[in-house]
Design a protein around this ligand. Sequence first.
Ligand SMILES: Cc1ncc(COP(=O)(O)O)c(C=O)c1O
Length: 321
Amino acid sequence: MAMTRSIELKTEIPGPRSREILERKERVVAAPLSLVHPIVIAQGEGARLTDVDGNTFLDFAGGVGCLNVGHTHSAVAAAAKDQLDHFSHTDFTIVPYEVYVRLAERLIELVPISGAKKAAFFNAGTEAVENAVKFARSYTKRPAIVGFEGGFHGRTLLSLSLTSKTHPYKAGLGPFAPEVYRVPFPHSYRGPSAEDALAALERALITQVAAETVAAIVIEPVLGEGGFVVAPREYLEGVRRICDDNGIVMVVDESRSPVGFRSRQWSARRRSWTRRPTPASAAPTLATRLRWQPLSPCSTSSRKRIWSSVRGRSARRSARG
Ligand SMILES: Cc1ncc(COP(=O)(O)O)c(C=O)c1O
């Protein structure tokens, strides 16, 4: 079978050339970047990886969910070459370019938020989440953020503060950003039920933080690092209702949702809880197209002007000099 033929081992694993590179790595690469697989890639094609010793493996990790179209897809390579043949980088805010606008147009066509929408692009998932929170804070003029037990939102300070898992992400790295509160995530099998988790959220908005000081509730519709737990629809609808009742922005971190070339599988797709202003961040899955060009979109309904709340301020500031 094709699958069996794809895997081909020519040396012991890791092979001599991988071992040699990894010994060099030990001397010069910072220790927090620990490795899962001690093999060094030379070439990828579709779902196959060939290492520097000529061994071929199947890639089940896909850059941790970043490679919806696999390695070296001809259309991706052609688009990258075409772009590099024109120009490399200007910083869109210094000299804008059409492809950014085209990508925003395409994204807001796909993103399952009702009404008029706008998008912006950042460098990584963590940055998309941090920017969604910045917009929510600026729009609501409130400080607090509610996240979830088991949640993962990235490794920079605010995202890390929202990230739940202590080891390996947080232990020894505090203090963390203030005004971050955490509530249980529902789990249909292990509990709490959607109903109990909603009650816990409502209780937290009385006992932990005043609802009127909460800017955003940041949720993964499918908990990733926390064990690939799908939030029950009634829970998400409940969060939507609580957000609406209290003027809180619902931020949906879709970083692990499989949005790809042919897929429109946003977790938030066609759900009633997306029919209101909802900054949604979706990061690694869109970065798939250019592995060397990190990309994380952040999109929101423009109906309530969440998007312009920050821009208006910075424009005023620069006008004052
Ligand atoms: C749900 C979620 N949010 C945010 C991030 C952070 O993305 P990045 O590593 O690109 O900063 C990840 C990364 O896996 C993620 O799974």
